[in-house]
Ligand binder design. Structure first.
Ligand code: AMP
Length: 357
């Protein structure tokens, strides 16, 4: 049924049960679709707003096969899910975005190599599989730099910054001595992301790129229009994102994060999914990233992505910041989103606010 329109009323399978799944399910419901969430936790904030929930580990192939039988299309909201079992179910049930994109995003080294092949420029990097490699990498690239594990990193986890050469080996050991990359630390002016949606028919729509600010490796704010993003850099990053999406025959929302540098954008990483830096699109764009993802995977035409206000700012509510939810409600321009995730542990994304000016 690849390439066909999935009519409203159909069931969308979502692998992953976090806030991205929750917001996807809310958008799906608006268009008359139902969602079935596949996630390991008994309570998850995506299942709470969905028709069905399978509680099973991501590598439980039998449970995944049963789940696939109940849905018309499968998507994922989290990239650390094993790709092999998804490939098996994809023989009978379409999986979007394509599993090749998922696999690429699971391996920082493969991802950076792929981006270079497509004319993009990551920060200088070297593969690190041994103590010898880390010494050579630091010799070649210098310091400061960052060791990042090739797999299972997110929100600044699985990374360690190095200020002097003798810090490299302990940093790598502290990350478990896993296959990693060492990359140059970029003294960037700004960070921004390109968020695009690509439909089953190949149509591509781009959002206005937000300027992103991070604190402790976690996204703190996204602002649109993204001040400080030079038009040439935006154009180069958009061209790269389009060519990546086309070569992967991508379907759904794709996000690519960049640093601005004097001589052009530097690619940081990509996510084959809706992204935190696109949450502002719920109120700030004509069609949100969540709705466009649902439209794309269901074979519907994509929606317009233009801005609904002059300036838009999304602020993440991390950990105990969520306790100020009542203050945000008093601001006329603020739209509050709470994920009902329970305990507000430090570093946990509990909600966000989008302000339209
Ligand atoms: P990542 O998980 O790779 O997206 O890293 C999280 C954040 O850490 C990025 O958004 C940047 O703010 C910072 N960061 C990551 N890599 C670098 C780098 N090579 N140079 C400078 N800052 C970085």
């Amino acid at each position: 049924m690849t390439g066909e329109t999935l009519p409203p009323g159909s069931m969308i399978g979502v692998v992953g049960g976090g806030q991205l799944g929750r917001m996807l399910a809310i958008s799906a419901a608006q268009l008359g679709y139902r969602c079935h969430i596949f996630a390991p936790n008994e309570f998850c904030c995506a299942a709470e707003v969905s028709a069905q929930h399978t509680q099973a580990d991501y590598d439980d192939e039998a449970a995944l096969a049963d789940f696939a039988e109940t849905v018309d299309v499968i998507t994922y909201e989290f990239e650390n899910v094993p790709a092999a079992p998804l490939r098996t179910v994809a023989e009978a049930t379409p999986v979007y975005p394509p599993i090749d994109a998922l696999e690429l995003s699971q391996d920082r080294l493969a991802e950076k190599d792929f981006i270079r092949e497509h004319g993009g420029r990551p920060a200088p990097y070297r593969a690190v599989d041994s103590i010898g490699d880390i010494a050579h990498a630091v010799e070649d690239i210098g310091t400061p730099g960052i060791v990042k594990t090739r797999r299972f990193g997110y929100d600044g986890k699985g990374q360690s910054r190095i200020f002097a050469a003798d810090g490299a080996e302990p940093a790598w050991r502290n990350l478990g001595g896993q296959p990693s990359v060492y990359e140059a630390f970029i003294d960037f002016e700004n960070e921004f992301s390109i968020i695009l949606a690509r439909g089953i028919d190949g149509e591509i729509r781009l959002y206005d790129p937000p300027r992103n600010r991070h604190a402790d490796g976690i996204l703190s704010t996204s602002t649109v229009p993204g001040e400080g993003i030079i038009p040439d850099q935006r154009a180069a990053a958009s061209t790269l994102a389009r060519s990546v999406a086309e070569s992967l025959e991508y379907v759904g929302v794709l996000t690519m994060e960049f640093f601005t540098a004097l001589d052009g954008p530097i690619f940081n990483e990509m996510a084959p999914r809706v992204h935190n830096s696109g949450h502002w699109t719920i109120e700030g764009a004509a069609t949100s990233q969540f709705e466009n993802h649902i439209r794309a995977i269901c074979g519907l035409p994509l929606g317009e992505t233009g801005l609904t206000a002059d300036r838009i700012e999304m602020t993440n509510l991390i950990g105990s910041e969520v306790e100020r939810w009542g203050d945000w409600l008093k601001k006329d321009q603020a739209h509050l989103h709470l994920y009902n995730k329970g305990e507000a542990r430090p570093g946990r994304k509990m909600g966000h606010v989008t302000q339209l000016f």
